[in-house]
Write a protein that binds this ligand. Sequence first.
Ligand code: ZN
Length: 651
Amino acid sequence: MATPTPNDPKKPAQPGQPAKPGQPAKPPAAQPGQPAKPQGAQPAKPAQPAKPGAAQPAKPAAGPPAKPQPAKPVAKKKEKSAVRTLGVILVDLGFIDDAQLASIEEEARQTDIHLDRIAMDRGLLNEDQLLQAMAELHGMALVNMDEVKPTPEAIKAVPQNMAELYKMLPLKMEADVLTVVMSDPNNLMALDDLRNMLGIRQVTAQLGPLSKIEAALAKAYSTTKEESIGDLIASLASDMDMGFGKRENSIDIASVEEMANAAPVRKLVNMVLLMGIKDHASDIHFEPFEDEFKMRYRCDGVLYEMVPPPRHLATAISSRIKVMSNLDIAERRLPQDGRIELNIGGNTVDMRVSVLPTMFGESIVVRVLDKGRVGLDLDKIGMPQDILVQFREMISKPNGISLVTGPTGAGKTTTLYSALSELNLITDKLITTEDPVEYEIEGLIQCQINHEIDLTFASALRAILRQDPDKILVGEIRDLETAQIAIQASLTGHMVFSTLHTNDAPGSVTRLRDMGVEPFLITATVEGILAQRLVRRICPVCKTEFEPSRDQIMELNLKPEDTRGKKFYFGEGCDKCNNLGFKGRTGIYELLVMNDDLRDLISKGGSTDQLRAYTRSKGNRGLRERGLDALFSGLTTIDEIVRETVLDEES
Ligand SMILES: [Zn+2]
C-alpha cells in the first residue's frame, strides 16, 4: 500500500522565491490531526431527506443488503404496520385518496420509481407529511423539532464529528441507552455502528426532518468547543496509568482487552477513523517506532501526520482497532487482515484493516473504501476531449484487451470502473476480479481475490471464463499466467480490461514482452493502452496567480521562453480546502491506440524508446506534454507536474 509518493507535499514557493527542491516547505498549517473547523458544510454526501426507500411496502425497513438485521438495538419496529403499506397509510392519514393511490401505484409499477417520490412529484405530499407516514410505517416516534431539547449528557456522549457525519441528533442518554433523532428510517445499521463505537448498551431512534436535525446539531454543539484529537491526546498523555511499556513481551490478554475498551481509547480511535472518512482519506496509518507512535493519513495521494498519541498507548490503540475489525487480539506475532464496515449518511464505508507485527509493536494500515462517494463517470475524471473520444471507441470494441497503466495511486481503478459503468448494459455480462473490490457497482459481478486460499487473478479468471461473460475486468496483470489467460479470453471474443505497473504507455508493451508474452499475441489482442497520473487540483476558492522563478521553470525542464505568456497559479489555502491550497485531484492521460504501424514495430521487437519515438513522431502527446497542458490551463501547480510527470520522464 505504501507508494513512492513523496510524503512532503510542498506548496509552490511564494511568488518570487525559488522553490528549493529537497527542502519542501512544511505542509500548510492544517494538520489533519487537528480538524481545524467543524467544516460541517461539506459532509460526505448530502443524505437524502427521508429516503423514499420504503415504497416497497411489503418489506419495510430493510437496511442495506447482505448483513442480517441487527437483533438488539433499533427503534421499536412496525408491530402493527406489518400489513399496512405506505400507500395505505397515506390514504389513512388523508394525504391522498384511493383513486390517487391507485394511479400512483400504477405509475410506480411501470416506472420503478418509488411511490412516495411520485406522490411528491405530483405535489400531493410534502416532506413533513411523508415523514409522518414513515414514522407510522416504521412504528417510530416523530419528533417535534421545534421543541426538542437535547440533554447535555447526550451531547457529551456523542462527539460532534460523529453526530455530523451520521446526521443524528443525540437527544438523551439514560441508563446506557442513547436516544437520537434521525431522518432516514431505513438506515438502522447506523444505529448499530453508534452502539459499537460508543460502547453503550443500546441506541434507539426517533424521526425528524434532515434540515431541522442539521440546524439543531449546529445549535447543540455551538457552545461545546469541539474536542480535537490533539486535545484528547494531550489529556491522555498525562495519564500514565494507561498503557504499557514499549517492549510488550508479557502482556496478559485481559488487560489488553480492558485497555482496548477504555473510553478514551475508544474515543480516540473513533475520532481518527471518522475524521479520515470526513476528509476523504484513502488510508490511515498507525505506526509504532521505538520511541514514538505515529498516526498519518493519506489524502489526495499525500501522507499527512497527525498529532502523535503517547507511545505507551500503542498497544491499546492497535488492540482497539483489532477489536473493531473482529481480529484476534491475543495473536500479536502474525499478520492479520480484517474489516470494519460503517454506515454513514446512507453510504457504506468499508475499511480494510491490515495488521503487521513489527520490531516495536503492530503496524496497522486502514484502507478506507467509501463506495458511495465516487461518482464513476468518464466525463468527470479530467480526460481531455480528444483522448475521451478515442478511449470510448477503444473500450466499446467487442473483444480485445484495454490496458490502463501507471504507478499505485494513479487512479487506474477509478478510470476502469468509470469505463465499466458506462458499458454496464443489461445485454452484456460484466465480471470483475479484484484485489480488493474497491467499489460496488450494481449489475457487475465482482469477485474478490483471496491469496490465503490461493484464489489468484489467474485462477479467478479461469473460473470467470466459464461464466459466459462479455466483458471482464482483471484487477492487474502481474504475471505471465494471468497475461496468458487474459489473451486467451480476448481471442475467444471477450473484451478484457486490466492494469499494469509501468511508467508510460509504450513501456507497457515492453513489460508484457518481459513477462514472456509473444509479440504476435500482444499485437493480436491489445487494443490500446492508457497511461495516467493523478495530480492535485488547485482549490478554486483560494487560487492565486504568481510569477514562477527561473529555477521553478527549470524544474519543469523548460526554458523561460517556453513559458512566455503562460499563467501560473497556486492555492494560498483557505477554509474550503483545510488550508491545503488543493481540492480534489484530476487525471493526466496518455493514450496509445494500436494501429498497423505500431503492430509492425512491436512484432519487430522495437524497444520502449523506439515505440515512444514513433508515437511522438505521430503527434501522440505524452504524459509530460499533457501535464504541461493541465499546468498552463491553471488546473494544478508546478510542483505537482514536476513530481508526477517530469521526474518519471528523466528516470
Ligand atoms: Zn482554498
